[in-house]
Design a binder for this molecule. Sequence first.
Ligand code: ATP
Length: 251
Amino acid sequence: MLKAENIKKEYRVHGKSFKIIKNINLTIYDGDFVSIMGPSGAGKSTLLNMLSTIEKPTQGRILYNSKDVTQMKNKELSRFRKDNIGFIFQDYNLIDSMTIEDNIALPLVISGERYSVIREEVSKFARFFGIEEQLGKYPYELSGGQKQKAAAARAMIIKPKVLFADEPTGALDSRSSIELLNCLSKMNRESEITIIMVTHDAFAASYSKKVMFIKDGNINAQIDSDGNRKKFFDDIMKVVASTGGEINETI
Ligand SMILES: Nc1ncnc2c1ncn2[C@@H]1O[C@H](COP(=O)(O)OP(=O)(O)OP(=O)(O)O)[C@@H](O)[C@H]1O
């Protein structure tokens, strides 16, 4: 279980302070799939970065099964991330000079896994994401959708407990978005990995089980899916309309 208690984030720019996250409390249960939505500049990525331990809150606690990650020192935090957390970003963050196979394998190479295990795991995840044909290629030879699937395979190969995704479909066309969202949703169902995703896109959010809306640094609404994706999409759009939202409604 992941809990944020009274978290606040303030940035100081040229001596002026900006309160980006004002006071957020939330609980995310194991196996959940949560989207964070809200207008541009609302603090979605800032919240995601704090939940994923990339940034520390100015105040408040973030607890993973009662363990406060805001108190961890660098070494402990690195180990914690390596064992528990996966990331996918809008711009893939693949290493251009390495093949897709080597990109996906990288976390296991770093952790000193045996070569035979690495090969087996890479082909398992490449199969899951439907990119076996791309393993020998370099990132520039792939489409955006294929690159994002490779990035997702690389994030998943260490079997994280929580996968954080910041606008993972932001640069993808609708077909690639659907394929990626189907993979994420399947992974969430089958391996019970918790997924926390920032998105502008109500269609992408409709694949999750819960949407938290943030506005002006606070959570101002939260809705749950009853399993019917189309109905959930309509529910999301209603909240977006009522809170006045700047949110995409692709498809
Ligand atoms: N390191 C930083 N230093 C100063 N200000 C920052 C920093 N990171 C973010 N901000 C500011 O915090 C605010 C929220 O940024 P954030 O990226 O969390 O918003 P967002 O909701 O994810 O927006 P978008 O949808 O446009 O990506 C913005 O005004 C941004 O300029």
